[in-house]
Design a protein around this ligand. Structure first.
Ligand code: GUN
Length: 299
């Protein structure tokens, strides 16, 4: 078997995300009934980037499907930074809004870091604010970035206790690589962060019990870089021209080659991708509970 629906090696992120959303919907119903609390997520989109429009639409739809309030703010591409910051200030002070997500990338005239810095850390459901990055690094009650938390959930679901495992993360971004390292360290893995300048990258990868690829380069991680029996998490979503009329979606891992050696592997699409929005909804519920002083659900 090779990547088919019944393939026991496949880590089915789509199915896991659907289960997580179902649990979230139950918890949201309970919050409404017992606490008169409806978690609310505000998503801000500046400009008309087609991929961002698709993501924002999915976020709004899934937020509503789980019973939460969705507030969408669409601003023109030429929006001034001051106007975006004024909107964030308004959302920071709106008690119906428990989570704020500003879709990235932003147009050139806007400094992304200034925007991230302006979001109330308690409402920062992306977990990008320096306060949340610091809390994650020091063991505090952080909002945790969605994609790496989704990866950790898939790993723990498949492998159980990760203690003592050698984890190699290829990629050092603030959004995935660095928080992934913190999460795996928190789960008692021995963590290596590798990147494009790492010497003998193939050999470093071959030591991994858990290999997380988050470099944004199509099929860069080759099959013989995967230790027999390893778990492979592919965060990459790359569109490549495969000769057909539509671009083909591939990950950062050569799936067919890695599948031979791996004991478990996430496909692209249908692996990590669907987890990101499901965890965003999870973070919104957690943020709402913290803001209301209600015990956090176990999600
Ligand atoms: N653009 C692509 N992925 C993300 C994400 O996880 N959060 C935000 N805010 N923007 C993104």
């Amino acid at each position: 078997m090779n990547g088919t629906a019944n393939d026991p090696k496949i880590i089915d992120g789509k199915a896991f995300a659907a289960g997580l959303r179902a649990r979230i919907a139950e918890i949201v119903a309970g919050l409404k009934q017992q606490h008169d609390l409806t978690p609310g997520l505000a998503v801000v989109l500046v400009g008309e980037d087609p991929a961002s429009q698709v993501y924002v639409r999915s976020k709004g739809k899934q937020t509503q499907e789980t019973g939460m309030n969705s507030f969408e703010h669409k601003l023109p591409a030429e929006t001034a930074q001051a106007d975006l910051l004024a909107l964030i200030d308004k959302l920071n002070n709106d008690p119906a809004v428990h989570g704020i997500l500003v879709q990235l990338p932003l147009p050139k005239q806007i400094d992304e870091q200034s925007v991230i810095d302006a979001i109330d850390p308690a409402k920062d459901v992306d977990g990008f604010h320096v306060i949340n990055a610091g809390r994650l690094a020091t063991g505090g009650a952080a909002m945790v970035p969605c994609t790496p938390l989704g990866c950790l959930m898939l790993l723990q679901d498949r492998l159980g206790d990760l203690s003592g495992m050698a984890a190699v993360i290829v990629g050092r971004s603030n959004i995935v690589g660095k928080p992934m390292a913190q999460l795996l360290l928190g789960a008692n893995c021995t963590v290596t962060i590798a990147h494009s300048r790492t010497r003998d990258l193939a050999d470093v990868c071959r030591r991994a019990d858990i290999l997380v690829a988050a470099v944004g380069r199509p099929e860069m991680i080759k099959g013989d870089w995967v230790k027999p029996g390893a778990a492979v998490i592919d965060v990459g979503i790359n569109r490549i021209d495969a000769g057909g009329d539509k671009p083909k979606l591939v990950g950062d891992v050569d799936f067919a080659g890695a599948h031979e050696n791996a004991a478990a592997i996430t496909p692209v699409p249908g692996g990590v991708g669907p987890m990101t929005i499901a965890v965003l909804l999870r973070n919104t519920v957690v943020a709402a509970c913290r803001q209301a002083g209600i015990a956090e659900p176990d999600l």
